[in-house]
Design a protein around this ligand. Structure first.
Ligand code: THU
Length: 125
């Protein structure tokens, strides 16, 4: 699957965003090694700390259905760039440090970076 195809899936996932507090919609599409794609969107809550980012929604959906190795994640948001937050980087790197992260730059080009370059010296237990 191309970066553009995966990003288009993330754009569609963004439509389901529940973000009445920030009005900032995010969609994610997570590509597994077997070709399956899991989508996610941000789900906010009046208790702000209970908010879950789009990337972690996709991750939890995938892992809970037996998929634990990922090649790419694409993220689409209402404002560019939107690269994953620190908690999402840490959550993803546990499973696939070699995976690629795709998002749109401020000038509208798709960026593809390695997750391990976004998070150096991640926490390991
Ligand atoms: N958000 C994500 O879904 N992913 C990110 O990588 C950054 C932030 C969400 C969380 C919250 O619902 C909104 O964007 C504003 O922070």
């Amino acid at each position: 699957m191309t970066d553009k195809e995966l990003f288009e899936i993330a754009e569609k996932a963004k439509e389901y965003s529940y973000s009445p507090y920030s009005n900032f919609r995010v969609g994610a599409a997570l590509l597994c090694e077997d070709g399956k794609v899991f989508t996610g969107t941000n789900v906010e809550n009046a208790s702000f700390g209970a908010t879950v980012c789009a990337e972690r929604v996709a991750l939890v959906k995938a892992v809970s259905e037996g998929c634990k190795t990922f090649t790419k994640i694409a993220i689409s948001a209402d404002k560019n760039p939107c690269s994953p937050c620190g908690i999402c980087r840490q959550s993803l790197i546990e499973f696939s440090p070699e995976m690629q992260v795709i998002y749109m730059s401020q000038d509208g080009c798709l960026v593809n970076v390695n997750l391990k370059d976004l998070l150096l010296n991640n926490f390991v237990l």
